[in-house]
Write a protein that binds this ligand. Structure first.
Ligand code: HEM
Ligand SMILES: *[C@@H]1O[C@H](CO)[C@@H](O)[C@H](O)[C@H]1NC(C)=O
Ligand SMILES: *[C@@H]1O[C@H](CO)[C@@H](O)[C@H](O)[C@H]1NC(C)=O
Ligand SMILES: *[C@@H]1O[C@H](CO)[C@@H](O)[C@H](O)[C@H]1NC(C)=O
Length: 322
């Protein structure tokens, strides 16, 4: 196997392929596997139609993949005897992260068309793009460069080190995005993903009793849905955006302005004049956030991309190749 990886590395250097340098390209699979993006979109479209929640899960999965070991599908690896604690079992991911079966289905469909060609990392990037497209009713529509390879390292203890928790203040949020090459603007824009999906009560329970800057009406509604002290076995879920829960739109920013958001990290976007102005602009202008979100997703998709020296194209997304 080591020999095969060396051969791939040599072939890739000779061919000056994009994957050698970790450089990504729009239309990367056009020659290698023409139906790849179409096949992923079809699988994701079906899944999102049946359950919009898995679309939210996949958008979040892309973020959680990219912030830990780069966009390399490390989040997909199942525990094994050799690696009993992969990212998937880290507290930010387990048990809340969802949509894994959709990625499996997309990979299976793509493998049928072109075995061994399309990385799981690219499938996550395409699937997050496609989920955004469907959940926004086509309002979020973009091309995303591809050519990512799949990583072989996945450690649960790295999730808490790199994924910001919901109690972070603005300074901490900006720092955690900056550590991954994203700026405050990207952070404000990408937080808009909290326009869809759900949260477990445990993620915001501390904000339901005074003193809290949460809108009292929302706090009361959430208290009625959540256990008094949620724990692992008793942890209901509620919508992130109570107004348009399954629609990716700029409503999130109106919710921030109205203090009708779940997390400290959402409320914190009003903590500086600069970020509060971004929130207000996104809330006000039709189409603005959607365009910026597309751009920020592409930027996030370039984080710490693996090359042939440290990556591979997995045959199955849940396990590294032999
Ligand atoms: C800015 C820092 C962020 C924090 C602190 C944060 C935190 C959280 C938390 C605590 C949840 C609820 C998990 C649960 O209890 O089930 C959640 C859900 C979600 N997050 Fe974030 N998040 C952040 C940024 C992002 C970004 C950048 C994206 C994607 C671009 C994203 C997409 C989502 C989505 C779609 C959900 C709903 C998931 C579902 O319904 O399964 N978040 N986030
Ligand atoms: C995570 O655990 C691995 C081994 O299990 C260790 O080598 C590494 O230093 C740890 N990383 C962090 C961020 O704690
Ligand atoms: C944010 O949190 C950090 C760590 O708790 C703290 O040192 C800092 O003062 C806080 N910043 C603001 C603006 O509250
Ligand atoms: C979780 O909370 C419920 C009630 O809120 C309680 O009955 C149960 O014992 C708790 N479980 C754990 C593991 O603490």
């Amino acid at each position: 196997m080591a020999a095969a990886r060396v051969a791939m590395w040599v072939a890739c250097v000779l061919a000056m392929a994009a994957a050698c340098q970790g450089r990504l390209r729009v239309g990367y699979y056009k020659r290698k596997c023409a139906p790849a993006e179409y096949v992923v979109r079809a699988v994701v479209g079906n899944a999102v139609r049946q359950n919009p929640g898995v679309g939210a899960g996949i958008v979040r999965m892309f973020f959680h993949d990219c912030f830990v070991q780069g966009c390399d599908a490390s989040v997909l690896l199942d525990p094994t005897a050799a690696n009993p604690q992969p990212e998937k079992l880290g507290p930010p991911n387990f048990p809340s992260l969802r949509g894994f079966e959709v990625i499996d289905a997309a990979k299976a469909a793509v493998e049928k068309a072109c075995p061994g060609v399309v990385s799981c990392a690219d499938i996550i990037a395409f699937a997050a793009r496609d989920a955004s497209f469907f959940l926004s009713g086509g309002g979020i529509s973009y091309r995303i460069p591809a050519g990512r390879l799949d990583g072989r390292v996945s450690l649960a203890n790295e999730t808490l080190a790199f994924l910001p928790p919901p109690v972070f203040n603005l300074t901490q949020l900006v720092a955690s995005f900056q550590a991954k090459g994203l700026d405050a603007d990207d952070m404000v824009t990408l937080s808009g993903a909290h326009t869809i999906g759900r949260s477990h009560c445990s993620s915001f329970a501390d904000r339901l009793s005074p003193p809290s800057d949460m809108d009292p009406g929302l706090a009361a509604a959430l208290r009625s849905k959540c256990p008094a002290s949620p724990n692992f076995t008793d942890d209901a879920t509620v919508a992130q955006d109570a107004v348009t829960p399954d629609r990716m739109d700029r409503q999130y920013y109106r919710n921030v302005l109205d203090r009708k958001v779940l997390f400290d990290s959402d409320a914190a976007l009003l903590a500086s004049r600069q970020t509060a102005a971004m929130v207000a602009r996104n809330a006000a202008a039709r189409g603005r956030w959607e365009r910026r979100f597309a751009r920020a997703m592409v930027k996030m998709g370039g984080i710490e991309v693996k090359t042939a020296a440290n990556g591979e194209i997995r045959r199955m997304c849940r396990v590294v190749n032999e």
